[in-house]
Design a protein around this ligand. Structure first.
Ligand SMILES: *[C@@H]1O[C@H](CO)[C@@H](O)[C@H](O)[C@H]1NC(C)=O
Ligand SMILES: *[C@@H]1O[C@H](CO)[C@@H](O)[C@H](O)[C@H]1NC(C)=O
Ligand SMILES: *[C@@H]1O[C@H](CO)[C@@H](O)[C@H](O)[C@H]1NC(C)=O
Ligand SMILES: *[C@@H]1O[C@H](CO)[C@@H](O)[C@H](O)[C@H]1NC(C)=O
Length: 659
């Protein structure tokens, strides 16, 4: 707490200066007030007092008026000041996934132009905000807050423009207003895990667009069904499911999603391509596409059969990524288990540029999508992107050994022997290839003891499987020049993936390996924690008796090296504070927000890494088990990070002299 306050003061006093502005003065004043009220605002806000002119991160302007504030997932803390209600041009307000507290200011409903409002996943209190008057509102999400218990607010029955209403894990009680179901554009109502009770009656005039009504885990005791409604209604976990309708679809978790969208390839007839290539919709030629998956966390629509929505996405992709029209193919859209809209994306090189993208293009496109510089049409909402590695062409030009050999041996006898040997080698090779193919087709078969298949590949979020050969290649056969560290578990190598991403690869050595199933559980766990102050897991390798973890590479090395002056970067007070605070946030996330909680066990300055902006990233959480006392034959469960070691870590951070 004290550290946060200190940092806040340091940051504020550093940022006071006057500049000529291109932002409307009223809006600029509001944003400056936000900067003062909130902690953890983006560093780009310190550059200038002119939000539109200096392009404050998260702020979108049109004609010097602020039209969108996109601050989702920024660890902002503080209250929502009532001045936000003064930015009347605001169309999008995303404050979800922060640590905002206090009540929602009542003048928020002055924002009459707003069409997307997302306050989910904060600790907001007070009564459920009154949104009456937001007559353009399409998408609203108020889930996971701490509002006071109440009936469905009156605006549930008045905002006719709604397409999506989300308020999950809340405290709503009473009846769901019937009027809500009749709003003409409404596509999804998501109100699971509330305390809604009484009877559910959707009425006779149900919106034609309505696709999903999710009322799981409420207290609804009876329901009046309307046979005209054929789309999804989920009532699992309500008392009504113990009665006569318990065997119906409504009381079972259903596979939803009808009419997934895929880009049409109908013009190309029945043409098909080799397995690693794809058919470009613009030319009907086979080429090597850049592929990946788009995950849209909160699309404002449910209906996947409206082709114009997806055409708009395709068009915005090719325009904003600088590709030629028709070079985008979307496949297999559906709502996944997290209820994110998941779409497979393929981008094709322009006609006349051959079958491949070159490296600089892949880097540019990958960066635009991965760092979210690309903005999809607004109805798709926030997203993230996970790219597949790109298959660059193999460079040809190797020489054939066998010619020299054959020329060297001239006699008929020699030739005969060679032929016999050749046949032998051929058979051996075929057999080896076949075995290899079988092994590759089941890379996860060996999780369980003695090769038995135990449950297929691990369920990872945002991390992927690497083959041993791939990692061997990107570290030049684990060469010494790529070694960047070592520890009890083995060595760490630097490598560059074919996508251009630089990674750090931790390779467990003999003796510090875990059982296959433990390794699988561990990577599943690691792939689930995502935080700005934790080193991110890119993937893993579990093959040929190897266990490797692939992490983001941190160019500025360990905090220890920086404190000792090895790196040559001076760590002044402000930087040290930011590092201490960052590492504390990472640890707090592991303790309080990771599920299940993770206790680090080994906090020390060599386990805190610094990225290119000197942001602290906690490393080696979860690896503590890999550091088992080899030889003793048991896994250490002792907690290493005691209060004393954490305290001494912080003392070191502040008092160790640079250089
Ligand atoms: C619904 O819940 C509220 C609050 O718990 C209660 O006052 C009310 O009687 C309940 N209604 C029915 C029909 O169960
Ligand atoms: C389909 O989507 C477009 C744009 O997203 C919208 O303008 C149109 O009204 C939608 N059509 C239907 C039938 O819902
Ligand atoms: C890559 O391709 C783009 C577009 O086709 C071209 O402009 C660029 O010069 C190429 N870069 C290299 C390094 O070949
Ligand atoms: C994302 O990448 C683009 C293209 O290189 C760059 O201009 C932009 O500053 C990056 N944005 C962020 C938030 O890193």
């Amino acid at each position: 707490m004290g550290i946060q306050l200190l940092l806040f003061l340091v940051c504020c006093t550093g940022g006071i200066h006057v500049a000529s502005t291109s932002t409307d003065s009223r809006d600029a004043a509001v944003l400056r007030a936000l900067k003062e009220q909130w902690k953890n605002t983006p560093p780009s806000w310190e550059r200038s007092d002119d939000p539109c002119g200096a392009q404050w991160e998260g702020v979108t302007c049109t004609n010097s008026r602020v039209t969108a504030l996109l601050f989702d997932g920024n660890q902002l803390s503080g209250k929502i000041p009532s001045t936000v209600g003064l930015v009347q041009t605001l169309e999008v307000l995303r404050l979800d996934r922060n640590s905002l507290i206090g009540p929602v200011p009542s003048n928020l409903n002055n924002l009459t132009s707003i069409n997307e409002l997302n306050l989910a996943h904060n600790q907001l209190t007070g009564s459920v905000p009154d949104l009456t008057g937001m007559d353009s509102l399409n998408y609203v999400d108020l889930s996971n807050n701490s509002f006071a218990q109440s009936e469905a607010p009156s605006w549930f029955s008045t905002i006719q423009s709604l397409t999506t209403l989300v308020m999950e894990y809340g405290i709503l009680q009473g009846k769901v207003p019937q009027k809500l179901f009749s709003f003409p554009q409404l596509q999804q109502i998501k109100l699971r895990n509330n305390a809604l009770n009484n009877t559910l009656d959707m009425g006779d005039s149900i919106s034609q667009q309505l696709q999903l009504v999710d009322l799981q885990n409420n207290h609804i005791s009876s329901v009046t069904l309307n046979s005209a409604y054929r789309n999804t209604l989920i009532l699992t976990g309500n008392p009504v499911c113990t009665t006569g309708i318990s065997n119906t679809n409504y009381c079972q978790l259903q596979k939803q999603t009808t009419n997934p969208y895929s880009t049409s390839l109908a013009n190309c007839g029945t043409k098909s391509c080799p397995p690693d290539q794809g058919l470009s919709p613009q030319s009907c030629e086979c080429a090597y596409p850049y592929e990946g998956t788009l995950y849209f966390r909160a699309p404002s629509f449910r209906d996947l059969s409206n082709i114009s929505t997806f055409h708009a996405l395709e068009m915005s992709l090719w325009i904003k990524l600088g590709l030629t029209p028709g070079s985008v193919s979307l496949q297999n859209s559906f709502f996944n288990v997290d209820d994110y809209l998941q779409i497979q994306l393929e981008l094709f090189p322009s006609i006349g540029n051959g079958k491949y993208f070159n490296r600089s293009e892949i880097q540019r496109i990958g960066f635009y999508l991965s760092n979210q510089t690309y903005k999809p049409p607004p109805e798709f909402g926030p997203y993230y992107f996970i790219a597949s590695p790109y298959a660059f062409p193999v460079e040809l030009g190797g020489t054939s050994l066998s010619i020299g050999v054959i020329v060297g041996i001239g006699t008929g006898c020699g030739v005969l022997i060679l032929i016999l040997m050749g046949v032998g080698i051929y058979i051996f090779q075929q057999k080896w290839r076949a075995e290899k193919a079988i092994e590759l087709s089941k890379p996860f078969a060996s999780w369980g003891p003695s090769g038995e298949d135990s449950g297929g590949p691990p369920q990872l979020k945002g991390a992927r499987w690497f083959s041993y050969d791939e990692l061997k290649k990107c570290t030049s056969n684990f060469s010494e020049s790529n070694e960047i560290g070592f520890g009890g578990y083995g060595k760490v190598y630097r490598g560059m993936l074919s996508s251009g991403l630089v990674v750090a690869i931790k390779r467990a050595q003999q003796g510090s390996m875990q059982g296959g199933l433990e390794f699988k559980t561990e990577i599943e766990l690691l792939s689930r924690v995502h935080h700005k102050n934790l080193v991110g897991l890119v993937g893993f390798c579990f093959e040929q008796g190897e266990q490797m973890l692939v992490y983001e590479f941190m160019p500025n090395g360990t905090l220890r090296d920086n404190l000792s002056g090895k790196s040559g970067i001076p760590l002044d007070w402000k930087r040290r504070l930011c590092i201490a605070l960052g590492s504390a946030r990472g640890l707090a996330y592991l303790h309080d927000l990771a599920n299940p909680p993770i206790i680090h066990r080994d906090v020390k300055s060599t386990n805190i890494l610094l990225d290119e902006n000197l942001t602290a990233k906690v490393a080696d959480f979860g690896l503590s088990k890999l550091v088992s006392d080899s030889g003793k034959g048991h896994i250490s469960t002792q907690v290493k990070g005691t209060l004393v070691s954490i305290t001494s870590y912080y003392i070191e951070t502040f008092w160790f002299r640079n250089g």
